[in-house]
Design a protein around this ligand. Structure first.
Ligand SMILES: N[C@@H](CCC(=O)N[C@@H](CS)C(=O)NCC(=O)O)C(=O)O
Length: 251
């Protein structure tokens, strides 16, 4: 099997795809892309869309963390990413959809809001990446990339503040999925890989970590993605973090 995965370093759905390839034992080569510049590169590589993760596998092109999960399951059934039982599979698919459609984006917006205000932490998210130019040089020239990515992701003050405000509710839902046994079991499934990476990325942000790390959601991320790259020191205004105080206390 010949596989190449296109990623943006530290992108949470990219790490989801990496973990699933590794779980399936599929050897793959990785192409690291810079945000924003990734879009034309993916088009040139023949992908229909402009987001990572994007997987070329034996000539086929599959884009998006959820389609990649299904393609891997089809080609390499063991170990399974989805339960065989229909009801259990539906629950895992619903959890996976929640992770993709509701959890991923607020975390992404918070990261880009942080980079907009201080680009220095970006370097820690790119450790080990091979982007074709030295990381130091990439960081010096990153301002336009950050500006474009922040705009595309609507990482402005209003959205970032709203993203923090919804975080406690999202964490409650992750904890409930763990309590129900949909995720967090002995054998990780597609929803574990989908959800744990968003939680892992959120925990790289010093302002968010205390509200997460002691919860079941935090323990899940620590188990599934223990070495999530990157660190953002405290950066959000204190008033924005008010909703998280309850989240930390209720855990
Ligand atoms: N929900 C999609 C999200 C894909 C996505 O938005 N990926 C981001 C990186 S996390 C991306 O490619 N952004 C393009 C850019 O930053 O230029 C999935 O799970 O595959």
């Amino acid at each position: 099997m010949e596989a190449r995965l296109f990623v943006i370093p530290a992108s949470h759905p990219s790490i989801t795809a990496r973990l699933m390839l590794e779980r399936k034992g599929v050897a793959y080569r990785r192409t690291d892309l810079l945000p924003a510049i990734s879009k034309p590169v993916l088009r040139l590589a023949g992908f229909p869309g402009v987001t990572v993760p994007a997987l070329r596998i034996d000539g086929a092109r599959v884009q998006g963390s959820r389609p990649i999960a299904r393609e891997l399951e089809r080609r390499v059934p063991e170990p399974p990413l989805f339960p065989a039982d229909a009801a259990a599979r539906a629950a895992v698919e619903a959890a996976e959809r929640f992770g993709d459609e509701e959890l991923q984006h607020p975390v992404r917006q918070l990261l880009w809001w942080g980079f907009r205000h201080d680009r220095e932490p970006m370097r820690s998210y790119s450790e080990g990446a091979r982007i074709g130019i030295p990381i130091g040089l990439a960081m010096k020239t990153a301002a336009p990339i950050v500006a474009v990515a922040a705009r595309l992701n609507e990482a402005d003050d209003a959205h970032a503040r709203a993203a923090i405000a919804v975080l406690p509710g999202l964490l409650d839902r992750v904890d409930a999925l763990i309590a129900a046994g949909t995720i967090g079991g002995h054998e990780p499934n597609a929803a574990d890989f989908q959800i744990a990476t968003s939680i892992g990325l959120a925990m790289t942000m010093a302002d968010l970590r205390p509200a997460i790390e002691h919860r079941p959601a935090g323990a899940l991320a620590a188990r599934i993605v223990p070495d999530y790259p990157g660190h953002t020191p405290p950066i959000f205004p204190a008033a924005w973090l008010e909703p998280l105080r309850g989240a930390a206390a209720s855990s």
